[in-house]
Every structure is written in structure tokens, then in C-alpha cells.
Design a protein around this ligand. Structure first.
Ligand code: GLN
Length: 185
């Protein structure tokens, strides 16, 4: 199994470390040629969704990635990656728009923007959750399902081949969210 990690900006290296721990092969997606190889899943990391959206267009990666996801490539979007996948973005514009979630950017405000907590994640039990200027999901529609909530806000969801989390599992020692994604493949 081989995973492509979008490496234009943000916290992509840490996802690589997680996959190393799990013994899973991975590579960085920085340019269009990188998409030529065979791979089985993709991670869209945290960072700044506006910058990543812009770079995806400038580097001519946008359409190819959007098509791959729409054709069923399993994808894990964390934080800014979640925003990139949302069809509706409050306080921002939709980017890849492949997932039926309605997202609020910087939803916790500036002061409360970064915090650590724990929450139930689908059938995994309680997982550590690190939020950094995080979004949350205001609502899901279509066949998108809620996987986790914190203080009544949706912080993780899944729709078929797409899994998104508003927090940063790659910044914890807990590999279960990544393993959950790998099981989707
Ligand atoms: N606030 C960022 C955005 O809007 C997301 C923050 C993050 O990825 N840690 O893209």
C-alpha cells in the first residue's frame, strides 16, 4: 500500500512520520508528475486552506486531485485538509468541494483557537485531539456521517472514500485515526 501526502504547505511531514510508525509506504505530492505513480490513498494535511487551494490551482494539481477523489480515491483530510474537501465553507470559499459537509473556518476564534482535548471517535473509543485554529463542521448532508463531536460540534466525518478530522491526529502519539483511514483502503 502506498499513500500520497500533499506537501505544498503545512503539517505534511508529521503525517509521514505516522505512516513510518505504521510501516506504510508514502511519498510527497508537490507537482503534477508526482500523481503519475500508482497509489492507494491520499492525505491532505493541516496548514492554511486558502494558500493550499491557491497552490493547487497554480501548480495545476487541482483538477487531477478532484477527479481522483470523485472517482473513489480514499482521502484523509485534517484541519485545512477538511476545509479543502468541504462543499460549503462559511468565512471562506469552497475548494475541491467533494464532500457534503458545511464547514466553519477558524470556528473557535483566535483566543481559543488552539487546545487539546479527548473525544470519542466512531468505534475507536476516546482519542486525543489537538486543535489548531481549527474549523468545525456545522452540518453534514447526503450520505456523510458524523464520526466525532466535541462540545456538540462535529469534528470528524466520513463520506464513502473521504474521512475528515478538524484536529491533528499526526501531532499526537496515537496512530488509531491513521489506522482507521488505512482500513478504508
Ligand atoms: N485555520 C486554517 C485554515 O483556515 C486551518 C488550521 C489548520 O490546519 N491547523 O485553513
Amino acid at each position: 500500500m502506498k499513500i500520497g501526502i500533499l506537501a505544498l504547505q503545512g503539517a505534511f511531514e508529521e503525517h509521514g512520520h505516522m505512516l513510518d510508525q505504521l510501516g506504510v509506504e508514502h511519498f510527497e505530492i508537490r507537482k503534477k508528475d508526482d500523481l503519475k505513480q500508482d497509489f492507494h490513498g491520499m492525505i491532505l494535511p493541516g496548514g492554511e486552506s486558502t494558500v493550499m487551494g491557491k497552490l493547487l490551482l497554480e501548480l495545476d494539481l487541482f483538477e487531477s486531485i478532484q477527479t481522483k477523489i470523485n472517482n473513489g480515491l480514499p482521502v484523509l483530510g485534517t484541519c485545512a485538509g477538511l476545509i479543502l474537501l468541504a462543499k460549503q465553507v462559511k468565512e471562506g470559499k469552497p475548494h475541491l468541494a467533494t464532500m457534503d459537509i458545511n464547514v466553519q473556518r477558524n470556528a473557535y476564534g483566535r483566543q481559543l483557537g488552539s487546545f487539546n482535548t479527548q473525544g470519542m471517535f466512531d468505534h475507536l473509543g476516546t482519542v486525543p485531539m489537538t486543535f489548531i485554529r481549527a474549523p468545525y463542521i456545522e452540518s453534514v448532508s447526503g450520505n456523510a456521517k458524523v464520526l466525532a463531536t466535541v462540545d456538540e460540534h462535529i469534528v470528524a466525518a466520513r463520506q464513502e472514500n473521504q474521512c475528515v478530522v478538524a484536529f491533528h491526529p499526526e501531532l499526537t502519539q496515537d496512530t488509531r485515526v491513521h489506522e482507521y483511514f488505512l482500513r478504508m483502503i
